[in-house]
Design a protein around this ligand. Structure first.
Ligand code: MN
Length: 708
């Protein structure tokens, strides 16, 4: 019988004739499409998709998945398109095939452990439909079984990829048989010599130990019967790679690995697991520290069992797994147990319920009804809903929390890249820095040498690395700005003491002062002055005292004036009450911890608290200030339609921006409160002139007493 016939017979055992016909159709279609292509082994190509489908039939996968397995290489290797598949076999099948070819495009080149972990996760995240992963694993398994004549290098790459990516995924999904075979095949191709030596030794050992194993089996069965525990007991061989790992981990020779056999006890009910455990611990002494209760706390992949190791006869340690029949089904088929133990018409039974619950922790969206068919339709995985996986331009994968933006990406690549990023390209398209990244995005960051972090980034970054670096940068910047301001304030104070800054500004004065007040750096003192934590006059006097230059005669007449440059950043604040603009007469007030706050000289809120005069400073505007300032004005206008639009137009006409507007009703009139951006007093005058030309405007005043 041909493989094709065997496949059709296998699917007939669990699928309806109608579905078997569809599968036969897909089989013929794939055969025609691959016609004339050969495998490296010389077999016709169709043998591969058939073998892949046959790896899935024992798991009773649904017709769509079997058809997709048969068609999985058609789009890649022939001129048939995904649309053709969709038309002939339906969209769900075409989607599965499409998902598979997308996975094929991801290349695994790096073998660092962290990378491998990220690849595994990305593969799972991108596959979405768990059936895509099942077919992919079957594809890989058959390719591993038939690794042909290839270069040693290529074989090693494929074998390593299998060990690092695919076997762990099979394990994670609880597909025990596929997992163990993938691992054994990977091991065989990676270390052919070790494999053949070990395989031979294992074969001999099995023969030698058969008698012992038989005796232990009998003893266990008898003991359980005496305790009236209905159970099935099996001996099982451990998989070869598992034994090799044990030898590696404990530096053992093969002759020292005694437990190549394990035993498995299957019982009907959960309580019987513990009864059986008790009975076996009475039969042979348990090895302390080896007992594990995965019944109470199941493994992440849903696996449940009691594990114990006993001192067997002849000094052999015996590993025993005890579980119920239902736990056994999940242990063997994992995620596929849903298909394997589905009964067509019957409502979801207890096992389904459990499988279902387990999947629920893995699945993003489940059908809300318990309907099995619909469940399959919506079977999408999002095994790692909290993470996204993106590529650097060099093909490295980075794992970021969901919601991460281009800025988070930039900081996770390198702090310098984060600090200097100005734009980003996602999949070769220019996007804003705040763009949220998606699985599989290729992200490139554009930097500029003098770019700086923007406080606005803090509103959307999600990684703590980005957040803390931005905060750190802003703090440092604040410190530097404060120190620069402090220096100017200090010079002003020195001038008012009749001293020249240059006279004081030498190391001897400073060194003594730093020693006296035990502070490490000059900048720290300057920043303290800038932030208003120290008084400039006090520091100036201290400095004067330390030097011999000390004429120390205070001379207020020549007191210096601090110039406001408009570029001080956070070290200088412009008071929100009076909103000074260049051209206004201003005064500066040092507020402890906040630095210099600039008010207009006639600010009403300043007048109220004229105490603390010593903290007032004469300040003046620099001539060349380019930045815009906020200013508040109040308009009284007649109640007529469209006034606001006219006012707004006049403001725009005078090249000012409206930051904020607030409207209140005052009888027949309306009061409009605007916060505008202007560059100086002349600019404001121009805006007000423009507003006066509007007939409805009754009065315009500048507001200097907005409550802070
Ligand atoms: Mn294939």
């Amino acid at each position: 019988m041909s493989d094709a016939d065997t496949l059709l017979e296998e699917v007939s055992s669990y699928l309806k004739p109608k579905d078997v016909e569809r599968i036969r159709h897909a089989l013929e279609f794939s055969d025609n499409a691959h016609h004339g292509q050969l495998r490296q082994s010389g077999d016709p190509y169709i043998s591969h998709p058939i073998a892949v489908a046959r790896i899935l039939t024992p798991l009773h996968l649904d017709p769509q998945a079997i058809m997709a397995a048969l068609l999985h290489d058609v789009v890649e290797d022939t001129d048939i398109t995904n649309e053709d598949i969709s038309k002939k076999f339906g969209k769900p099948v075409a989607d599965l095939v499409d998902g598979l070819s997308k996975l094929d495009k991801i290349e695994f080149e790096t073998t660092e452990d962290a990378q491998a972990e990220n690849f595994r996760k990305m593969l799972l995240a991108m596959a979405r439909d768990v059936r895509v992963i099942l077919i992919k694993l079957a594809d890989r398994l058959h390719n591993m079984r038939t690794l042909g004549a290839m270069s040693r290098e290529k074989i090693e790459r494929i074998a390593r990829e299998t060990m690092e990516i695919y076997a762990p995924i099979a394990n994670r999904l609880g597909l025990n048989a596929i997992y163990q075979e993938l691992e054994d095949l990977g091991f065989k191709h990676l270390y052919p010599n070790r494999y053949s030596v070990l395989a031979k030794a294992l074969k001999v050992a099995r023969g030698n130990r058969r008698e012992v194993v038989g005796k232990i089996l009998d003893a266990i069965r008898q003991r359980l019967t005496e305790h009236h525990i209905a159970a099935q007991v099996y001996g099982r061989e451990k998989h070869l790679y598992g034994i090799y790992q044990k030898m590696q981990a404990k530096s053992l020779a093969f002759s020292q690995v005694l437990d190549i056999y394990g035993f498995r006890v299957l019982v009907d009910e959960v309580p019987a697991c513990y009864l059986a455990l008790g009975a076996l611990h009475a039969l042979y002494k348990p090895i302390p520290g080896k007992f594990k209760d995965y019944v109470a706390i199941s493994k992440a992949n849903g696996y449940q069992s009691l594990h114990t190791t006993l001192f067997g006869p002849f000094g052999t340690p015996i590993e025993v797994q005890i579980r119920t029949h239902e736990m056994h089904k999940i242990a063997e088929a994992g995620v596929a147990s849903h298909w394997l133990y589905k009964t067509a018409e019957e409502p979801i039974n207890d096992l389904h319920q459990k499988t279902h619950q387990w999947l629920q922790s893995l699945l993003e969206s489940l059908s809300e009804s318990g309907d099995s068919v619909e469940f399959l339709e919506h079977l999408k995985v999002d095994l790692f809903p909290d993470e996204v996986y993106v590529f650097t331009p060099k093909g490295k994968i980075l794992a970021l929390p969901r919601g991460a933006t281009a800025v988070d990406f930039a900081y996770s690549v390198h702090t310098d890249i984060g600090d200097r990023c100005v734009a980003a390209k996602v999949n070769f398209e220019l996007v804003p820095l705040r763009t949220e990244l998606k699985n599989g995005d290729r992200v490139e960051i554009i930097t500029a040498p003098h770019a700086k972090p923007n406080p606005g980034w803090l509103s959307y970054v999600v990684t703590s690395k980005a957040r803390s670096h931005i905060r750190h940068f802003l703090k440092t910047m604040h410190f530097q700005e404060s120190a620069t301001l402090g220096e100017r304030l200090l010079h002003q104070a020195l001038t008012s003491l009749g001293l020249k800054a240059a006279d004081i500004d030498n190391n001897a004065h400073w060194e003594k002062l730093l020693r006296d007040i035990s502070i490490k750096s000059r900048d720290e003192i300057l920043a303290d002055i800038g932030l208003g934590r120290r008084l400039n006059m006090v520091v100036a006097r201290q400095l004067a005292r330390t030097g011999e230059t000390g004429t120390s005669q205070e001379n207020p007449a020549s007191s210096g004036v601090v110039t406001i440059l408009g570029t001080e950043g956070m070290a200088v604040q412009f008071a929100k009450c009076c909103r000074p603009i260049p051209g206004d007469p201003i005064v500066g007030v040092i507020k402890s911890g906040q630095g210099l706050v600039v008010h207009t000289h006639d600010c009403p809120s300043l007048r109220k608290g004229r105490s603390g005069m010593e903290k007032w400073l004469d300040v003046t505007w620099d001539k060349n200030i380019a930045r815009p300032f906020e200013v508040s004005i109040k308009l009284i206008v007649a109640n007529q339609r469209g006034v606001l639009a006219k006012v707004a137009a006049a403001i725009a006409e005078a090249e000012s921006n409206i930051e904020n507007v607030h409207v209140t009703n005052e009888g027949d009139y309306t009061a409009l409160y605007f916060t505008l951006q202007v560059s100086n007093r002349q600019h404001l005058a121009r805006v007000m002139r423009g507003l006066r030309t509007i007939p409805e405007v009754v009065r315009i005043t500048r507001v200097k007493s907005v409550p802070a």
